[in-house]
Design a protein around this ligand. Structure first.
Ligand code: NI
Ligand code: MN
Length: 241
């Protein structure tokens, strides 16, 4: 794909909510690393999973926390989650690089790479050996890269008014927004979110994985017609630069 972002940054949607970010400084971040069981993740990625420097977890549902424990143990990557998620990852699952934070806080993951945990309106229990365990609250992340390029990953959420504030405070360039409906925003809410955030680009996620997720990028495009906002309809495993 031709250069769209032109910002020394590579973004790869790996299907569902799994998003890989290669930073200008050469770090690999993986948000919501669901790979092995993810029907939308390309086979090539399943055979050779990425080797991330950091994993960011938005909430405890299996389609988001996914392979965090396995990958975190294999790679020793930093694994970022809300405090109760950190307790589960670290104390219960023995993930060595687990680190906790909470909404409003910013962690400098690597020099010049900062992640701010922000609100999301969604639930967050983690299923562990047949039991649902409290894992804090669902969240999103604003991720600022070494060159200033700023990405918002909304996690699973409905539309909420404070997305306006996220736009004002961090001025994200690009947002990964769920559009699938049923468990998250639908395309109409996501279009409103994109306008509130003031982003230039939206990469729609959390759609098409299952038949029940009915929202489609073309619907989002339709709701954003007449705006400057570009919908980058990514294909799983195909990088956008
Ligand atoms: Ni969820
Ligand atoms: Mn989900």
């Amino acid at each position: 794909m031709a250069s769209i972002l032109g910002r020394d940054t590579e973004l790869t949607w790996l299907g569902h909510a799994t998003c890989q970010i290669r930073t200008p400084g050469g770090k690999t971040l993986l948000v919501d690393p669901w790979i092995s069981g993810n029907p939308a993740c390309p086979q090539a990625v399943k055979e050779r999973p990425p080797s991330p420097d950091a994993l960011l977890i938005t909430h405890g549902h299996g389609d988001h926390v996914g392979d965090a424990v396995t990958l975190g143990k294999e790679t020793g990557a930093r694994v970022v989650g809300i405090y109760e998620m950190y307790l589960w990852l670290h104390n219960k699952k023995g993930v060595p690089g687990a680190m906790g934070m909470n909404k409003g806080g910013t962690a400098e993951l690597f020099p010049g790479v900062r992640a701010t945990m922000v609100h999301a309106v969604h639930s967050c229990g983690v299923l562990d050996e047949g039991q649902v365990i409290y894992a804090g609250e669902a969240c999103g992340y604003v991720i600022r890269l070494e060159n200033g390029f700023t990405i918002y990953h909304a996690g699973d959420t409905m539309l909420f008014g404070d997305m306006q504030l996220i736009g004002e405070l961090w001025q994200p360039d690009l947002a990964f927004l769920p559009i699938g409906d049923l468990y998250t925003m639908d395309p109409r809410q996501a279009a409103r979110a994109a306008r509130m955030l003031g982003v230039k680009y939206v990469i729609p996620i959390h759609w098409g994985t299952f038949d029940a997720l009915t929202g489609k990028p073309e619907h989002l495009q339709e709701f954003l017609r007449g705006t400057e906002i570009q919908v980058l309809a990514a294909q799983p495993g195909v990088p956008i630069r």
